[in-house]
Write a protein that binds this ligand. Structure first.
Ligand code: URP
Ligand code: ZN
Ligand code: ZN
Length: 466
């Protein structure tokens, strides 16, 4: 079965050039000049004239059906991965969760069961360690051998997923031995809980106080501490959902010293802010409660994050997709912001939102692909199977129309949310066609795939460390 994508401009992390893409079954067979492709007899020909042809998006931070704060993230693996496909993402890496006293093995198997036969696109797993103990440490080695090569720890959420510095160091030492990447939610949760309690005691219960008490200094402090612990533990470190200038400075300084320290940011930290969104009238701000929180527009966090994306101090853009509906879910915190489930749904909009950075001159076209596809695949051991259009790679391909303008709305998104955090944002650029391992799953504003098309991806070690 041969498919030929003709007439487009193929974008990679290193450049852009006109080329036709020949696919055989589920793999890229060749990139051809238009003259050479004339002689090809393909079963299907897709016209990409005037469009970009890019490797499918790789979103390495999603939380489908995550149990959180007495409820569960509203996208399950079926709906969430379908929404991802609509937005040009063809691989996700989600998080299986182990809490204190639980078996890592059993919890991972539970997450395998949740995803099995449900996903529209390929998927892998990181493991969240909420209870670092002797058994969990040993299980880390087993998981690495099975393709779970990254572990997330929390300096936030005391009493829930939080690990103290000793536990963090133990997990880091284990990762140093087995080659895994430690991913860190870097916020000083102990100090945040003090400020949150004081705020509520003063009657400051509205959503905006979620952002006010989760101070940028406490993200910066935790980021610094995580970096120092990783130095002592001699392991690589990846800071997740970085949102603040000070935290970015810590990452940049570590990288300047040559440390194996990496960081991601997410579209919400580039486009949304504390005052206009978390501080929206009434209870609307609840829709913007996530951690790390949205930052103030009166400092230079947004500009600094864009700069970090250019300088590579931020190497990846993921979504931290963790949607909750306003009704019955975010509403749990009507009386107290601490009870609002944390998370925003973005999986469908990451490629488009980052493309606005290209349209507005913040990043180049190849950098867009590098941040959204190529580096996440390399960072988490999936390259060159994922993240690039090259012979032998999986035929995960997006045909992107840079001239199509549209507006994001709850009325047209496919995520299971009763609001959109990006309502009204005008987008230049549109995901026209999506191929997942050679099969067209989105075309002509139609979803053509099936639940269960997506396969589990057994990941290798991070290719940034070898
Ligand atoms: O608000 C967020 N980020 N929710 C998901 C859990 C996490 O910390 O990543
Ligand atoms: Zn987190
Ligand atoms: Zn997350």
């Amino acid at each position: 079965m041969k498919t030929l994508i003709k007439g487009g401009e193929v974008i990679s992390a290193t450049g852009a050039s006109p080329a036709d893409v020949l696919i055989e079954d589920d793999k890229i067979l060749a990139l051809l000049s238009p003259e050479t492709s004339l002689g090809i007899d393909a079963d299907t020909v897709i016209d990409a004239t005037g469009k970009y042809v890019i490797p499918g998006g790789v979103d390495v931070h999603t939380h489908m059906e995550l149990p959180f704060g007495g409820t569960t993230a509203s996208d399950d693996f079926e709906n969430g991965t379908r929404a991802a496909a609509w937005g040009g993402t063809t691989t996700i890496v989600d998080f299986a969760v182990q809490n204190e006293g639980e078996s890592v093995r059993e919890k991972l198997d539970l997450w395998f069961a949740k995803a099995e036969g449900r996903c529209a696109i390929d998927y892998g797993f990181h493991m969240i360690l909420g209870g670092v103990d002797e058994v969990a440490l040993k299980e880390m080695d087993t998981l690495v051998a099975e393709g779970i090569t990254s572990f997330k720890l929390f300096m936030a959420y005391p009493g829930v997923l939080y690990s103290d510095d000793g536990k963090i160091l133990r997990a880091m030492q284990q990762a140093a031995g087995n080659g895994a990447m430690i991913m860190m939610h870097a916020e000083n949760g102990i100090a945040i809980d003090v400020l949150a309690e004081q705020a509520v005691n003063r009657g400051e219960t509205a959503p905006i106080y979620h952002g006010i008490v989760r101070r940028a200094e406490l993200e910066e402090e935790a980021t610094h501490r995580a970096i120092q612990l990783a130095k002592v533990g001699a392991c690589p470190l990846y800071i997740v959902h970085l949102s603040a200038s000070g935290a970015l400075e810590q990452v940049a300084a570590a990288r300047d010293r040559g440390a194996n320290v990496f960081a991601e940011t997410c579209p919400q930290y580039l486009y949304l802010n504390l005052e206009d969104h978390l501080g929206a009238p009434g209870f609307l701000g609840a829709g913007y409660v996530c951690s790390t929180p949205l930052r103030t527009k009166h400092e230079h966090h947004h500009q600094d994050l864009w700069k970090g994306l250019r300088t590579n101090d931020l190497s990846v853009v993921s979504t931290d997709h963790c949607p909750f509906c306003m009704k019955e879910q975010k509403e749990l915190g009507l009386e107290d912001f601490r009870a609002i489930p944390n998370g925003i749904g973005t999986v469908e909009h990451r490629m488009d939102l980052l493309y606005q950075g290209v349209a507005q001159g913040e990043i180049s076209l190849p950098r867009w692909v590098e941040l959204c596809s190529t580096t996440p695949a390399r960072m988490f051991g999936m390259y060159p199977r994922k993240g690039v259009i090259a012979p032998g790679s999986d035929a995960d391909v997006v045909i992107y129309d840079p001239n199509h303008k549209w507006t994001i709305s709850v009325e047209n998104h496919h995520m299971n949310m009763d609001y959109s955090a990006y309502e009204g944002i005008e987008v230049s650029g549109h995901v026209d066609t999506v191929l997942s391992r050679g099969r067209v799953i989105i075309d002509n504003n139609q979803y053509l795939g099936r639940a269960g098309d997506g396969e589990y991806i057994r990941r290798g070690l991070s290719q940034y460390l070898i």
